[in-house]
Design a protein around this ligand. Structure first.
Ligand code: IVH
Length: 671
């Protein structure tokens, strides 16, 4: 009979192997059910024998949410970029330069995909993942190990045994199209802004503070560069094949190429074939295979001479403009939109493209019924990039920006110093009113289930809701008059409205639609003012002392509460029982730390990191993620990162332990 330690070890190996077959090789050999059973067995054993737990066990893939900010560390080898080329000719001349520089001229090239995600550097010691670092500025990056650990195709423990004791592997964290589409569908449903492309979505996800949320987002990773002292082979291709055996996902597109003709054929093939790939790519990368030749070619200040990137041309289509329409947003900003003859572009049909603002529209010089170039450079929102003037209809007139609001006919005003035009009829212009209702009920605001864009518009048109506070007077009978509503959906809205009485004051402030006050600013404002009466009466200079609030936002707040309709909204919502002040736990309890900025690092014994962060805020101090000249104290626990320690010492910033800190806020604290 084997010991628990041996059983655990065997299960971990088996599960790691199945994970790899599923996520890396795409070739599972057991059913999902059987896999779940293995995981359950391991979880049970780890629960029974907590002393045998290991942070790299496959059961920890989902991650805990302990880490709150990211430590910065220097890269062992700087993370450089690649020289770009945009045509086959460019690549050919790079090849010629390489051939000239290499004695004998016998050069093998490796062709690869250029994945469009976030570069990552992983350090392995004794076959175990010890650290994952983002590119950062190329010299220093953020340590995002906990987030990267949630990516199933990143091996935590390597297979085989021919890996160097310590090495670095670089690759790209990507968000596959399937995950990206799912995420955006969710965001659309929740009325959150859509993410522009998988690259942005991926970079944002890696910097999330909650690894469990990262795990849910479905990231993947491809690897393309092995670095270290004792690599197994003297060429790039074989090293990557070795990495594949150890459990890394290496793209099967990687190919050895001999001579310019094969390089050209590789480009022609992938120019179209890349559309079938599950992830976004923005080009190809060509590398000299031999490490000895790489060494001889060396680096320029910015990039290796032994590699070059070829960028795919952006996909472009030519189509006719039907008309330009003008959308009115929640804040009254007018956005010109090109309505097009439907055209197929990278697999989707495009009918509308934003023209952003008057300046962009004028620069393009669009005339009625022009033929327009639409581009989609890995972005979901297509752009108009040019006009085919040779196909312009004789006598066509330039498209003019509207002078009056298309919804309420009020004369537009240009925002000072900006390219935007706005409709000043804030409280009478239907799309603005509907937009504010829609925003108010959104998930991150009052989170009132059952009201989306259409319902908000229908409630307004029926005359039931003209301003946000009217929502709290809605009756079941009124709701039942709205198309598509029955007793159950009406009930859902009323329950949602009821529940919104408990939504914290920070989110109420965000829900109000004060121009310039987004989610984070709303939080800071709410905590600083404490209650709605202060927010409504503070003078500009007092508002401007709040972090993130400058003269413009201060003016917006004052103007907002000068409007009768808004003051009436507040009074009615106060009567309806909404939270109009900060909850006890969120309010500063003293200003003992006012004006002091802290950086927290390490592990603590008397409180958790999060508790220390909350304490700092409650006593009027500020938390920062990294050490700078502005830091007043570093609150250090055990195992503080060496990079942080050194930086604090260099800048002469006092490093205090938890007892000292607790004394600062409570002088009579003993122990
Ligand atoms: S090699 C020293 N190979 O592109 C050269 N990079 O523009 C190391 N990238 O920072 C990079 N696919 O994030 C290499 N097959 C590939 C790549 C690749 C994507 C990214 C990587 C790099 C950037 C350079």
């Amino acid at each position: 009979m084997s010991t628990p330690a041996q059983q655990i070890e065997a299960l971990r190996r088996e599960i790691n192997e199945h994970n790899r077959r599923y996520y890396v090789d795409n070739d599972p050999v057991i059913s999902d059910y059987d896999f779940d059973m293995l995981m359950k067995q391991l979880e049970k054993l780890e629960q029974d024998y907590p002393e045998l737990d290991d942070p790299l066990s496959p059961t920890h893939r989902v991650g805990s949410d302990l880490t709150k900010d990211f430590e910065k560390v220097p890269h062992i080898y700087p993370m450089l970029s690649l020289a770009n080329s945009y045509s086959v000719d460019d690549v050919d001349s790079w090849m010629s330069r390489v051939l000239e520089a290499v004695p004998g001229g016998d050069v093998t090239i490796v062709g690869e995909m250029k994945f469009d995600g976030s570069g990552i550097s992983l350090i392995y010691e004794h076959g175990r993942l010890v650290r994952a670092v983002t590119r950062g500025d190329g010299e220093m990056g953020d340590v995002v190990t906990d987030n990267v650990k949630t990516i199933r195709s990143v091996p935590l423990q390597l297979s085989g045994n021919d890996w160097p004791e310590r090495f670095e592997i670089r690759g790209e964290i990507v968000m596959p199209w399937a995950s990206f589409d799912r995420l955006n569908a969710e965001r659309e449903f929740n009325e959150e802004p859509l993410l522009a492309n998988p690259r942005n979505a991926c970079a944002g996800t890696l910097k999330l503070l909650n690894p469990a949320e990262v795990a849910r987002r479905g990231l993947d990773a491809y690897f393309y560069y092995l670095l270290g002292e004792n690599l197994p082979y003297d060429n790039h291709y074989d090293n990557m094949e070795a990495a594949r055996r150890w459990g890394f996902k290496v793209s099967s597109a990687m190919t050895r190429l001999h001579g310019i003709a094969e390089v050209d054929a590789f480009i022609r093939h992938w120019d179209t074939a890349r559309r079938e790939l599950p992830v976004a790519t923005d080009g190809l990368v060509f590398k000299v295979d031999s490490l000895r030749q790489q060494l001889n070619l060396g680096f320029t200040a910015k990039s290796p001479r032994w590699a070059v990137a070829y960028k795919f041309p952006a996909e472009r289509a030519l189509t006719r403009l039907r008309f330009v329409s003008f959308d009115v947003g929640r804040m009254g900003i007018i956005t010109p939109v090109a309505n097009l003859e439907p055209v197929l572009l990278s697999g989707t049909i495009v009918k509308r493209a934003s023209l952003h603002n008057e300046d962009i529209m004028t620069t393009l010089g669009i005339h009625n019924h022009d033929m327009l170039y639409v581009e989609k450079g890995g972005e979901i929102i297509p752009k108009i990039t040019g006009v085919e003037t040779s196909q312009r209809e004789p006598g066509a007139m330039p498209v003019r920006f509207v002078s009056h609001c298309p919804a309420c006919a009020t004369q537009l005003q240009r925002v000072e110093g900006e390219a935007a035009w706005v409709c000043p009829n804030k409280y009478g212009c239907p799309p603005q009113i509907i937009g504010r209702i829609e925003h108010f009920v959104g998930r991150r605001m009052m989170n009132i289930d059952g009201i989306g864009e259409e319902t908000a518009a229908a409630l307004y048109k029926a005359g039931f809701v003209n301003k946000i506070s009217d929502l709290y007077d809605l009756t079941e009978a009124q709701l039942m008059q709205i198309e598509g509503f029955g007793p159950r959906s009406a009930e859902r809205v009323l329950t949602g409205l009821d529940a919104s009485r408990n939504v914290p004051f920070e989110r109420v402030v965000y829900a109000l639609s004060i121009p310039g006050v987004g989610e984070t600013t709303a939080k800071k404002i709410a905590r600083a003012v404490g209650n709605i009466d202060n927010l409504m009466t503070y003078p500009a200079e007092r508002l401007e002392s709040i972090e993130d609030v400058g003269p413009t936002i201060a003016r917006n707040i004052i103007e907002y509460f000068e409007a009768d309709v808004n003051r009436e909204n507040i009074e009615r919502m106060r009567r309806a029982g909404l939270q109009m002040q900060i909850a006890e736990s969120a309010a500063p309890v003293s200003d003992a730390l006012a004006g002091k900025t802290f950086v927290i690092s390490g592990v603590f014994s008397r409180h958790s990191r999060d508790e220390y962060k909350a304490l700092i805020e409650n006593y009027g101090g500020k938390n920062a993620g990294s050490i700078s000249k502005k830091t007043d104290y570093v609150l250090a626990g055990d195992n503080m990162g060496p990079a942080k320690l050194e930086k604090a010492r260099k800048l002469g910033i006092p490093i205090i332990d938890e007892n000292t800190f607790l004394n600062m806020i409570q002088p009579d604290n003993e122990e």
